[in-house]
Design a binder for this molecule. Structure first.
Ligand code: GDP
Length: 320
């Protein structure tokens, strides 16, 4: 890969895709190709074939996906399965047929079995049943990485799969019903502080453990892979340490400046008890995450305050 390569960033408006675009531009890659959902529906096979037939693409970063938090996954399994399967099969096949040299497919740590030894190595894939709340999404992502492996095996392509841990950062989904835990807690803590509430509700028991990585670290890992001759296959990407949801809520409250009490809503699911990734495969090649959780949370709260979701704070500032 060189800086003249024509790179299609699929999903460039999402949290992962927008971070990839920022990182690529910062490293001098100027020949980026992007399409909005309206311009190119990646679930439409003919449209995707047509796009790859007309554009001369050297590399694909497949960051387009239907993603969501535990409740969205649990309540819309058909959409999570169908949309992701359609996007993957269309893009991976079309990329192969167009002779694309490199493709990076993005999955998630939820592809691994629910009861996994920790930290989770890439080799634990398909060794036991999945977590039911996100099984449909996980099956679709497993299909995507297996499709990459199948094309590599049968046709000699060089498609690589990255499995990041729970991500956060700019352009995250701050919708409380469909988003992930970190943006949801940031927003809830912010609104609780602004409105003077005394409590903040955390879903589940607070005991599950999760690992959180700033999305700019994933973009950095992707560039690292593009710029080095790495073996094909699956690579975990994470920071190497986790914390409980209760501890995360406490850290978020500290950053936001909310001093009230945490209340745990046991009617909401806990999901997987723990998912800490073993990141030694990528670490052995020389890549490590850079953004610590303290710095990442502070940066993300700052991004949040400048986003349209932070309206109550602006209104409060105007009134003050
Ligand atoms: P998961 O990693 O796939 O389980 O997805 P999430 O990020 O949605 O949830 C992680 C954990 O945080 C689960 O145990 C949730 O029950 C818990 N959690 C606590 N409060 C919230 C919240 O306000 N929103 C979400 N999405 N999860 C929460």
């Amino acid at each position: 890969m060189d800086t003249n390569s024509r790179i299609f960033v699929a999903g460039h408006r999402g949290m992962v895709g927008s971070s990839l675009v920022r990182a690529l531009q910062a490293h001098g890659y100027w020949n980026l190709v992007t399409r909005t959902h309206v311009e190119l529906d990646l679930t439409d096979q003919h449209a995707v074939d047509d796009f790859f037939g007309h554009e001369k693409i050297d590399a694909v970063l497949l960051a387009a996906a239907r993603v969501g938090g535990i409740m969205a996954n649990a309540t819309q399994p058909a959409q999570f399965a169908y949309d992701n399967l359609a996007i993957e099969t269309n893009v991976i096949r079309a990329a192969y047929r167009a002779g694309v040299a490199r493709l990076v497919f993005f999955g998630s740590s939820c592809i691994y079995p629910r009861e996994c030894p920790q930290p989770i190595r890439e080799s634990y894939l398909l060794t036991a049943p999945l977590e039911p709340t996100n099984e449909a999404y996980a099956i679709a992502k497993i299909a995507g990485l297996k499709l990459c492996e199948a094309y590599n095996k049968q046709y000699g392509t060089h498609f690589v799969s990255l499995m990041p841990t729970n991500l956060y950062g700019p352009n995250d989904n701050y919708d409380l019903a469909s988003g992930h835990v970190l943006p949801a807690l940031l927003r809830k803590a912010h609104e609780a502080r602004v409105s003077g509430a005394r409590t903040l509700t955390v879903w589940g028991s607070g005991r599950p453990r999760r690992e959180f990585m700033h999305v700019d670290d994933l973009a950095d890992a992707t560039l690292f892979l593009l710029e080095h001759e790495v073996d094909d296959g699956v690579y975990n990407v994470g920071v190497g340490e986790d914390l409980s949801i209760r501890e995360l809520a406490e850290r978020v409250c500290e950053v936001v400046g909310f001093g009230g009490e945490l209340v745990f809503d046991s009617s909401k699911p806990d999901g997987t008890p723990r998912k800490l990734l073993d990141v030694s495969r990528l670490g052995g090649l020389g890549w490590h995450a850079h953004v610590g959780l303290g710095e990442g949370l502070a940066r993300t709260y700052d991004d949040f305050l400048h986003s349209s979701h932070a309206v109550p704070a602006r209104e409060a500032a105007v009134r003050a």
